[in-house]
Ligand binder design. Structure first.
Ligand SMILES: NC(=O)c1ccc[n+]([C@@H]2O[C@H](COP(=O)([O-])OP(=O)(O)OC[C@H]3O[C@@H](n4cnc5c(N)ncnc54)[C@H](OP(=O)(O)O)[C@@H]3O)[C@@H](O)[C@H]2O)c1
Length: 286
C-alpha cells in the first residue's frame, strides 16, 4: 500500500552527477514535489535488489534516471560496463517501474545518431550510433520501449554543461586560467545545453506525461555552434583573455568518433509540454 502524502514523490538516480545536481538546484522552484536524490552509493541501479529496496522504502511516483555510463572514450574499451549500466540496469529499472506503476523519465543522447545529417534530427530520424556509448544508450532506449504498461519519457539531449561534474564548459574555465592559448575543434556542430534548462524542462513535463504523451523527446538549447565557437563564448562571458585557435577533428583524435552534426529538433517537446528552450548563448550568459 502507498503512503498517503499530498505531494508526488520523485526519486532521482545518479543524483551526484551533472544533471542530478542541476535537478537539485531547480527543484527549489518546483515545490509541488517531494524529492529523493539518490547517489550511486544510495541506489546502485545495476543491482535489482537495490532498486527494489529503494522503491519499497521511498514509494516514488516518478523516477528520473540520470545514472549512466557517460565516459564516451572509455566505453570503447569497457563495452561490458557501458552496456551493464546503459542497457541492462535500465531494463531492470523500467521493468520495476512498470510493475509498480511508477512513471520513468530516462535521459538519452544525440550519440544515438551517426552525425552525418545536415538537417536537425527529429524523434523519427533513424538512429545509427557509431560508438559503444551511443550503441549502449540506444539499447537502453529500446529496452524501455519494449516494456508494456510503462508510462515513460526518453529525453535525448546534447552537449550538456553546468557548474557541476565534468563537462566542456568547466574544462575550458580551468584551461583558461592555466593557459593563454588553446586549440579547439571547429568542424563538429551541435548545441550546448545548460543542464539546469534540461532539468527545468523535465520537471515541467511531468504533470502532462501519460499513456498518450509517453515516448521519445528531444531537448536542447537552440541555435547551432561548434566547440571552437562555444569555447570563445565561454572565455568572452567569463572575461578570460585566451586566444582560441580552430583545429579539425583530425588534429584532435579521440578513441570514440565524435558526431560531425548533432542538432536535435525540439519541436515535439515544445509543442507537447510547452517547455522553454533558450538560445544557447543566452543560457551561457546567464
Ligand atoms: N554530458 C553530456 O554531454 C550528455 C549529453 C547527452 C546526453 N547525456 C545523458 O544525460 C544523462 C546525465 O548525464 P550527466 O552528464 O549528468 O552524467 P554524469 O555527470 O556522468 O552523472 C552520471 C551519474 O551516474 C552515477 N552512476 C554511475 N554508475 C551508477 C550506478 N551503477 N548506479 C547509480 N548511479 C550511477 C555516477 O556516479 P559516479 O560519478 O559516482 O560514478 C554519476 O553521478 C546521461 O544519461 C547521459 O547519457 C549527457
Amino acid at each position: 500500500m502507498r503512503l498517503q502524502t499530498s505531494h508526488k514523490k520523485i526519486l532521482i538516480t545518479g543524483a551526484n552527477g551533472q544533471l542530478g545536481n542541476a535537478l537539485k538546484a531547480v527543484s527549489l522552484d518546483f515545490t509541488e514535489y517531494d524529492y529523493i536524490f539518490a547517489s550511486k552509493m544510495m541506489v546502485d541501479i545495476t543491482s535489482e535488489n537495490a532498486i527494489k529496496e529503494a522503491i519499497q522504502t521511498y514509494q516514488p511516483d516518478i523516477i528520473i534516471n540520470t545514472a549512466a555510463y557517460t565516459a564516451v572514450d572509455a566505453a570503447e574499451t569497457n563495452e561490458e560496463e557501458a552496456y551493464l549500466l546503459n542497457e541492462k540496469a535500465v531494463h531492470s529499472l523500467a521493468t520495476l517501474c512498470a510493475n509498480h506503476k511508477i512513471t520513468l523519465i530516462h535521459i538519452s543522447t544525440d550519440y544515438v545518431f551517426d552525425g552525418n545529417s545536415s538537417i536537425p534530427y527529429t524523434e523519427t530520424s533513424t538512429p545509427n550510433p557509431q560508438t559503444v556509448y551511443g550503441k549502449s544508450k540506444l539499447a537502453g532506449e529500446i529496452a524501455i520501449q519494449g516494456i508494456e504498461n510503462l508510462t515513460y519519457a526518453i529525453v535525448r539531449t546534447s552537449w550538456l554543461y553546468s557548474d557541476y561534474g565534468h563537462n566542456f564548459y568547466k574544462t575550458m574555465l580551468r584551461l583558461g586560467i592555466e593557459r593563454s592559448n588553446i586549440s579547439v575543434v571547429n568542424d563538429q556542430h551541435g548545441i550546448p545545453t545548460f543542464a539546469n534548462d534540461l532539468a527545468r524542462a523535465i520537471l515541467r513535463l511531468i504533470p502532462q506525461l501519460d499513456d498518450v504523451s509517453k515516448g521519445v523527446y528531444h531537448y536542447s538549447n537552440t541555435g547551432i555552434t561548434t566547440w571552437y565557437a562555444f569555447a570563445k563564448a565561454i572565455f568572452k562571458y567569463s572575461k578570460l583573455d585566451v586566444k582560441v585557435m580552430p583545429v579539425s577533428s583530425k588534429e584532435y583524435p579521440t578513441a570514440a568518433k565524435r558526431p560531425k552534426y548533432s542538432i536535435l529538433d525540439c519541436t515535439k517537446i515544445k509543442k507537447t509540454f510547452e517547455v522553454y528552450c533558450p538560445f544557447w548563448e543566452e543560457a551561457l550568459k546567464k
